[in-house]
Design a protein around this ligand. Sequence first.
Ligand SMILES: Cc1ncc(COP(=O)(O)O)c(C=O)c1O
Length: 461
Amino acid sequence: MTSLEHVSCRVRGIRGPTNGTKDASQKNVIDLSSGDSQKAGLRPLSFIRQVLAGCVYPPLLEDRTFPVDVRQRSETLLDACEERSVGSYTDSSGLDHVRHSIAEFITSRDGVPCSASNVFISGGSQRALMVMVKLLAGTEWDFPTGVLTPMPPPLTLPMLLDEAGVSLEPYRLNKDHKWAVNVDELYRTLTTARWRCKPRAIFISNPSNPTGHVQSRKSIQEVIRFAAAAGLLLLVDEVYQEYVFGDGVEFISYKKILFEMGPPYSDTVEMASFYSISSIGECGLRAGFMELVNIDPRVMHFVDTMLCTDISTPVMGQLALDLMVKPPKPGDASYHTYTEEKKHVENTLKWNCWRACEVLNNLPGVSCESAVGGVYLYPCVNVPVAVVTQAEEREVEAGALYCDLLMEEQAVLIGPGCSCGPPAGTCHFRLCILVSSDILEEALSRIQNFHRGLLESNPEM
Ligand SMILES: Cc1ncc(COP(=O)(O)O)c(C=O)c1O
């Protein structure tokens, strides 16, 4: 979808900002909705691009254009491809070489063995998630399959569940406790869900998109105990695992905790955990993977079969996955540049989080909780009454209308979130902060102009 297609309706009767803003058509669109960091001004990591360039065009490896470790990695990855060409198909669940690299990465991250045969590479983590959800989908005694889903969810998750034909069973994240998962709420949702569907899985986003919450060890243990008691498959999106920046906060994988808990959990609780090159900003290369834990081999066979319909995952994305899980080591020629570039991204994210919260919390009617991980902020806005009224007339959400107006007036694209009323018109928004700080500053300035202008032009609120 192009950015402009998000603008679904032209609003009449609401006066836009009058404080000297230019027509939005004269501005570049700033997209803070999609998590596409390169579109929003962050540069790709040189090491990744250099190795990929060498793989695409091997004559580049014949001179000293690239550092020695880059040339070696390109050669190794070319050896892993059919006929040493990135233009060849691979097995549907990915190149063996890359699956082994991923298994080594998971083993070393968790201190728990991971077998390459449990790793499935796909054209993005969302593709792997879709395969798992489609496997679960079905109807039993007229009851559709249900998936317990966090509210707020990642933006595209409801659409994915809908497309797979499963019922979204919402569990509310606890806003009063920094958006933590509340086990009582999980049991409440399960009980309600059983009236209308057969709940088979629970989806978790950790670090959370869009709330920026990172689960503690205790919280993960509680969710695992819940999944075990309810007989649910854990679908764990850990795509933003390397972005944890809150003081004293750390990312711990579900797999690690599951195995710390030991039997019966470690050998019975079924889990699929997802990771993606989108987390290093290479979302357009389309590759991600999932690790399956405690899944029946016959089901794994079906996973393989379903991935076969893709014929092959994009090879460049697979190679980028290998580089993501096996970055340069101390002593390698690219180590310094790689770590500096990574540090720049991490520092940018941390700064952006602080700066966006500062600006947003200074706007009348806006509050924004700081994130401790992930790449999104989830501010809450009291949308002016005039916008709420217009939204009611048009039978659209007030938050969606606010986003459309912001896009029309200031060419800033943000994602609507859940309503957080009462009162009506109190809405959340999703704001991706994995963007260059200059672009964020420009976006914040436009958001301020828009919001203040809207308040001044509609003084009835
Ligand atoms: C929660 C979450 N999971 C996964 C992804 C990435 O999906 P994919 O790996 O298909 O690019 C995103 C990207 O925005 C995301 O926000």
